[in-house]
Design a protein around this ligand. Structure first.
Ligand code: DOR
Length: 419
């Protein structure tokens, strides 16, 4: 067993949705369902801070039900649904709709509300009303709030409400028209670029606004060396800033775009080798608090468009754990990788009461059982997502979620979804 309190060898007994015993040896009762965890790691379920579930409005790409199933298969017991749906999650009615749909899913579906009405960056959405329904994090993800004054007001409001504002850091005018990272590859390929500075300007601005207002800011999917350095400095200063990175940004570079394969189109874009190294170093040093999937499903027809017309985004729920374990195993012990995937994101999203906590009697039985030595090859056709847009097709990965237990129910057993 591995959790925030350390590692030990134990059996875990679960009843009525809760952990009831953790002992070196437990004798199962005759009617118990027994899940084999030999040579495996039992951990709190993973928590994804950044999941695009597409419902309402883009059900051809994903549904809450299918996305949650993909999440459970990846070892997650909670996901945070991003608000760039159609309509956006910017009102009590849409928050309720997503929560209702999530209630029958195989993971907890928490909701991120939009900061501005329609994510248009002009008027504040009713943050207090959404917070009253339990929304703890707000973002206009898909785009950043461009107006610094509006962002300042939102932060002042957020600190009164004790909620987190999360930013998609991108200065829209500087990024305008860009389709990939601006650098040697974009010049060679003749594809308009998005400079690292488009991200870093907004990271810098929001760190400044956090200092000005004292409010909590969470920086989404950071991708550049400059962003990591800025967050590191903000943390040294003691500011209330947290950050995440996506699995693809810790292992793929802009060189992947050479074949114009839209599976490698994402926003923020895949960056250069020095940026990838900095993201990895930031995960190891604690500058970056969490690995978040940015699971962004898109229908095949959309991704079959020419590179400049295809939408950005990659699915990631079923591969995030394995990519993280495969890529970071030399650098980080499994407990540190799980901290990035489970208990730190649970804290940031305000989900710690139910997720990511130590596996101990009385805790909610939201657990995953990981086989660290299982090797497998990514096959998009096997994904539970409604979309297939993974950049990892054909990759051999090491590490896999074997079982997932959600509120005491085994929803994934031996890698198979149970419902
Ligand atoms: O690549 C991306 N896709 N980045 C985003 O910020 C939004 C996302 C989406 O919703 O497709």
């Amino acid at each position: 067993m591995v959790d925030a309190t350390g590692q030990r060898r134990a059996d875990v007994a679960v009843a009525d949705g809760a952990v009831v015993a953790v002992e070196p040896e437990l004798e199962p009762s005759s009617d118990a369902v027994v899940l084999d965890a030999a040579r495996c790691v039992v951990a709190p379920g993973l928590v994804d801070l950044h999941t695009h579930l597409r419902e309402p409005g883009r059900e051809e790409a994903e549904r809450i039900e299918s996305g949650a199933r993909a999440a459970a298969l990846g070892g997650y017991t909670a996901v945070l649904a991003m608000p760039n749906t159609e309509p956006a999650i910017d009102s009590v009615a849409v928050v309720r709709q997503v929560l209702d749909l999530g209630a029958s899913a195989v993971t907890d579906v928490a909701v991120a509300g939009a900061i501005t009405v329609g994510r248009e960056g002009e008027r504040l959405a009713p943050l207090a009303e959404m917070a009253a329904l339990g929304v703890r994090l707000f973002t206009d993800d898909g785009s950043g709030v461009q107006d610094a004054r509006l962002m300042r007001r939102a932060l002042e409001y957020a600190s009164v409400l004790d909620v987190v504002l999360a930013q998609h850091c991108e200065e829209a005018r500087l990024a305008a028209g860009g389709q990939m990272h601006e650098g040697e590859w974009s010049s060679r390929l003749g594809v308009p670029g998005i400079p690292a500075e488009a991200e870093e300007l907004m990271v810098h601005r929001d760190i400044s606004l956090s200092r000005l207002t004292g409010a909590r800011v969470h920086l989404l999917h950071l991708s550049t060396a400059g962003s990591v350095a800025l967050v590191e400095a903000a943390k040294t200063e003691g500011l209330a800033v947290t950050a995440e990175a996506a699995p693809h940004h810790l292992c793929l570079t802009d060189a992947e775009v050479a074949g114009y394969d839209t599976a490698f189109k994402v926003n923020p874009p895949l960056r250069g080798t020095a940026d990838v190294a900095a993201v990895r170093a930031g995960l190891a040093s604690g500058a970056i608090d969490a690995i978040a999937t940015d699971h962004a499903p898109h229908a095949q027809e959309a991704k079959e468009a020419p590179f400049d017309q295809a939408p950005p985004g990659m699915i990631g729920l079923e591969t995030a754990l394995a990519v993280s374990m495969t890529e970071l195993a030399d650098q980080l012990p499994i407990a540190a990788i799980l901290a990035l995937l489970s208990w730190r994101p649970a804290q940031i999203a305000g989900l710690s009461a139910e997720h990511g906590g130590p596996v101990a009697p009385g805790a909610s039985a939201n657990l995953c059982v990981i086989d660290p030595s299982a090797t497998w090859v990514v096959d998009p056709a096997r994904s539970a997502s409604r979309s297939r847009n993974t950049p990892f097709t054909g990759r051999r990965l090491t590490g896999r979620a074997r079982h997932t237990v959600y509120r005491g129910e085994p929803v994934v057993v031996d890698g198979e979804a149970q419902r």
